[in-house]
Ligand binder design. Structure first.
Ligand code: FES
Length: 293
């Protein structure tokens, strides 16, 4: 409760944040929504502006989420901040009226044409929302440092099925992928049918049930990057490493993934090698970068 002490001045905002925290407590798969809120406040304070381009926010999330086992390429948790929790509004980058109606927001293609910002009533509370998001994130992550499968199971077993996704995410951090033995242990630990565990592990693109490389190469193939030559970049990577999309090199070093917008469209084509973003790529540049990895 003490985390909300700063926000008493705005009851509506307090209620929305309270609800978010309660929802995460009862369904930990909602944790990525808090991650997006945290990411927004970090960017907004860095830029000294309550408005953050959606493409910048989604790019920041996609670059930083993986180390926490969150699928940063899934924008649904970010959109929930606009629609389910009604904390944000969206404004066209080239001017025009802000959209705050949840139904209209649901139908909106935020893409590269919108920026998001706290609703006007909440904007004076930006730095306090930031403090709340950081403290609440730390609160939920406390204990996640204990990185053994037994510790992970002990942490999530009490909530059973709703702990399945976070347990899978944390277990994957141990080896980088989920072996059959790990999936069986999770099924037994959480008392969830193994078929259901496989179903969830196969459904989420960021969960891997086969070994993956130590380094991910993620090449953006969204429209601006495609128009700027991402096909040539992909062609070069595939020829150099002898892998296709989703495959891992024979030495287990690299895994290649085609991904949607990474939020750096102004410098297309773009790719990530590990956590590092590389802009304005050419086939020659990507070759040189891979030689140094
Ligand atoms: S389209 Fe945005 S980074 Fe490629």
């Amino acid at each position: 409760m003490s985390l909300l002490k700063h926000l008493r001045s705005n009851a509506e905002l307090t209620a929305a944040l309270d609800r978010l925290r309660d929802d995460i407590r009862s369904d930990s798969t909602k944790l990525p929504i808090l991650f997006w809120l945290r990411a927004y406040t970090i960017l907004a304070l860095e830029r000294d502006s309550v408005s953050v381009r959606w493409s910048k926010l989604s790019g920041f999330v996609s670059r930083t989420a993986r180390e926490f086992g969150i699928n940063g390429l899934d924008h649904a948790p970010g959109r929930a901040l606009l629609t389910a929790y009604e904390l944000f509004q969206a404004t066209p980058i080239d001017g025009g009226a802000s959209v705050s109606d949840p139904d209209q927001l649901r139908a909106l293609d935020l893409g590269r044409n919108f920026q998001v910002e706290l609703r006007p009533l909440y904007q004076p509370e930006l730095s306090r929302v930031h403090d709340w998001a950081i403290e609440t994130w730390d609160e939920f992550r406390a204990g996640a440092e204990n990185k053994t499968l037994a510790a992970i199971l002990a942490r999530w077993a009490p909530v059973g099925k709703s702990g399945l996704l976070p347990a899978l995410i944390e277990a994957q951090e141990l080896e980088g992928w989920l072996s059959r033995e790990t999936l069986v242990a999770i099924a037994q630990g959480l008392q969830v049918p193994l078929s259901h565990v496989y179903g969830v592990a196969d459904f989420y693109a960021h969960l891997y049930t086969k070994p993956v490389g130590k380094i991910f190469i993620r090449v953006c193939d969204d429209v601006p990057c495609y128009l700027a030559g991402s096909e040539d970049i992909l062609h070069r990577v595939k020829n150099l490493l002898w892998v296709r999309n989703g495959e891992t090199t024979a030495d287990g070093r690299f895994t290649l993934e085609h991904v949607p917008c990474l939020g750096h469209c102004d410098h297309a084509p773009v790719a990530m090698i590990g956590t590092q973003v590389h802009e304005n790529l050419t086939p020659e540049k990507i070759s040189a970068l891979l030689r140094t990895e």
